[in-house]
Design a protein around this ligand. Structure first.
Ligand SMILES: Cc1cc2nc3c(=O)[nH]c(=O)nc-3n(C[C@H](O)[C@H](O)[C@H](O)COP(=O)(O)OP(=O)(O)OC[C@H]3O[C@@H](n4cnc5c(N)ncnc54)[C@H](O)[C@@H]3O)c2cc1C
Length: 443
């Protein structure tokens, strides 16, 4: 018996919609399944969409997509209990086409992307939470939902990091199940948790407060150096048209056993003296939380197998470290590469894992896998708990000591730095220099 479709895509996020658009434009009879009542309603993202990875499938996306603001500057900094130190990078080329980055709200962008997939000829069915992949022997041949099977010779899995369809299969074996419940799980050491709130704000107030006009926007990312020792978390604040997106991202393993919940972290971030004035008068209208893969270390066991390809967050394609996060662009790019692989397989009528191995070649010859392999060296740097405490205190303390008038007149920057370092750091100067030079090299 023939299959129901040429290809099935599970999950209508950035990766799934990009894959479905490419497949449908390539002539494949494509089914796009989404568990939310509409695409986007279940999605959560900070979210700054960096780069131009949608160009190959939607050359006019910047003009047509419901984007919020184009980003003209990015602020990085440290927050300690009563201090803030930051620097801002502003780039005039970011203020004109082809813009470098945009703030987005996923409910709008994902609905628009899914519509584009339908216009290209894909069949979108929402409110369908796929239960598992349908297998014939070892081969994947579609999906199962509530006991019903929908078949296709190739399935692209783009159901996000906490992927119900791959966890516990040969694609992602996962960490050992919990002893008490036997429940399958992701590795806490390679997982982050993101919590985000959206605040409604008068656009004129927003523009005055952030010094932007028209559709200009700004992004801020902070190391949260005011949390109990060991907790590694960052905070972000992005400007949308008439809302602000504020959130925190914490390394999941670092929260374990420390008695601090994510809602307490986001509350502290919101109340910090450097952040609170920016939110004044704004009203919270949305709240959500989601797991985030920690780059290459969070990759699945396999990106493909007989009859199946894995893209987007389900493939672990997010770079994040608490203060920088980029996943939507990788999701779109990997979705497109998976679709190209599927189209080639449909043409050849060969869906074996040997044939689908060209997905690996595509990931390797694009920027996707090389970026992740390069970023892997950042792990010991970005998940160094001292960044989130001692270094945050050192950085803010240095400026405090340097800029606070003292009897005997001002001190030089170097002698202040050494004095502050001795005060703030539990480890010696040589260790700090070693860590900073490792960080500089990996960056
Ligand atoms: C707080 C936070 C802030 C972030 N900030 C940024 C940022 O500023 N910039 C950036 O680039 N990235 C950011 N990211 C990461 C970014 O959101 C992800 O990398 C991106 O959404 C991945 O897209 P995706 O399509 O792979 O997965 P998702 O966006 O997770 O989409 C998966 C889709 O699959 C659907 N689905 C899930 N299970 C099933 C199922 N069983 N059956 C059917 N459908 C299913 C879901 O409803 C969803 O629509 C952030 C993430 C978080 C949590």
């Amino acid at each position: 018996m023939g299959d129901d479709f040429d290809a099935i895509v599970v999950g209508a996020g950035f990766a799934g919609c990009a894959a479905a658009i490419r497949l449908a434009k390539g002539g494949a009879n494509t089914l796009l399944l989404e568990r939310g009542v509409e695409p986007g309603v279940k999605n959560l993202s900070g979210g700054i969409l960096w780069g131009h990875d949608l160009d190959p499938i939607l050359p006019k996306w910047q003009e047509e997509m419901p984007l919020e603001r184009h980003i003209i500057s990015k602020r990085f900094g440290f927050l300690t209990p009563d201090r803030a130190l930051s620097f801002e990078y502003r780039d005039e080329s970011w203020d004109r086409p082809p813009y470098n980055a945009h703030s987005v709200l996923r409910a709008r962008t994902d609905a628009w992307l899914a519509k584009k997939a339908e216009e290209a000829g894909a069949t979108l069915v929402s409110a369908v939470p796929v239960d598992k992949l349908h297998r014939e022997g070892e081969k994947v041949r579609g999906v199962v939902q509530s006991g019903e099977v929908m078949t296709a010779p190739i399935t692209i899995v783009t159901d996000g990091y906490n992927s119900r369809t791959t966890l516990g299969t040969s694609l992602r074996k996962g960490a050992p199940p919990r002893a008490n419940t036997g429940q399958l799980r992701l590795s806490e050491d390679h997982t982050e948790v993101g919590v985000k709130e959206v605040f409604k704000i008068d656009p004129q107030v927003l523009e005055d407060r952030f010094g932007v006009e028209g559709l200009q926007g700004r992004a801020q990312e902070w190391v949260l150096g005011f949390l109990p020792p060991g907790i590694m978390a960052g905070g972000f604040l992005y400007t949308n048209r008439d809302t602000l997106s504020l959130g925190i991202i914490a390394q999941l393993g670092s929260l374990k056993g420390r008695g601090v919940a994510t809602h307490e972290i986001i509350e502290k971030f919101k109340l910090h003296p450097a952040i609170e004035p920016l939110l004044r008068g704004a009203e919270m209208v949305e709240y959500g939380a989601k797991l985030i893969p920690d780059g290459y270390a969070a990759r699945p066991d396999r990106f493909w197998d007989d009859g199946v390809l894995v893209a987007g967050d389900a493939g672990g394609f997010v770079f994040s470290n608490g203060i920088v996060i980029q996943g939507m662009s990788y999701a779109a790019r990997s979705g497109i590469l998976a679709a190209d692989t599927a189209l080639e397989a449909i043409q050849a009528k060969d869906f074996s894992s040997v044939k689908l191995a060209s997905y690996g070649e595509r990931l390797n010859s694009s920027h996707v896998l090389p970026d992740f392999q390069r970023f892997a060296g950042m792990d010991p740097v970005k998940w160094n708990p001292r960044i989130y405490r001692e270094y945050a205190q050192l950085a803010t303390g240095l400026f405090h000591d340097w800029m606070t008038p003292r009897p005997g007149g001002p001190r030089g920057l170097l002698s202040t730095a050494l004095g502050s370092a001795r005060g703030a750091m539990k480890l010696g100067i040589a260790d700090s220099i070693r860590e900073l030079s490792l960080a500089a090299r990996e960056m």
